[in-house]
Design a protein around this ligand. Structure first.
Ligand SMILES: [Zn+2]
Length: 135
């Protein structure tokens, strides 16, 4: 029996809380204990104050589309049968920008500034992938 191809990179100690949060339906990001700034992608030091005193916390999952594009060609097993795939950069309420996919949305109707919320997509092999959908 052939195993379904992975949709995600293998988590490591630095980003495991993000992927474990996705399995629980939560968007978890790093947050600085000293200045309260949120961080993404994973960092050792706070990009705001330089502190290494960071923790993982649940983000709101709410944001707005900063920019978007459509993927028209299949580059990964994840894209199979799903084109065009809407790729977006989302500005989260927490002040960080994430690269992700937008689901449950007509690609013609995606607009910069539209409100979106986090969603979890499950791969055939059971991985939980953080994506967004219209709010
Ligand atoms: Zn800080």
């Amino acid at each position: 029996m052939t195993k379904s191809p992975s949709w995600l990179p293998a988590p490591d100690d630095s980003n495991l809380p993000f992927f474990e949060g996705a399995k629980e339906g939560r968007l978890r990001l790093q947050r600085c204990n000293d200045c309260s700034a949120w961080m993404f992608p994973v960092r050792v030091r706070c990009q705001s104050c330089g502190s290494t005193n960071v923790k993982w916390a649940d983000a709101s999952g709410r944001g707005t589309v900063y920019t978007h594009a459509r993927l028209q060609r299949e580059y990964h097993p994840r894209h199979s049968g799903r084109l065009p795939l809407v790729m977006v950069q989302v500005d989260l309420e927490e002040g960080v920008r994430v690269n992700t996919n937008l689901i449950d949305c007509d690609p013609e109707k995606v607009k910069a500034g539209m409100s979106v919320q986090v969603a979890i997509e499950h791969s055939p092999s059971g991985e939980a992938v953080v994506v967004f959908r219209p709010a």
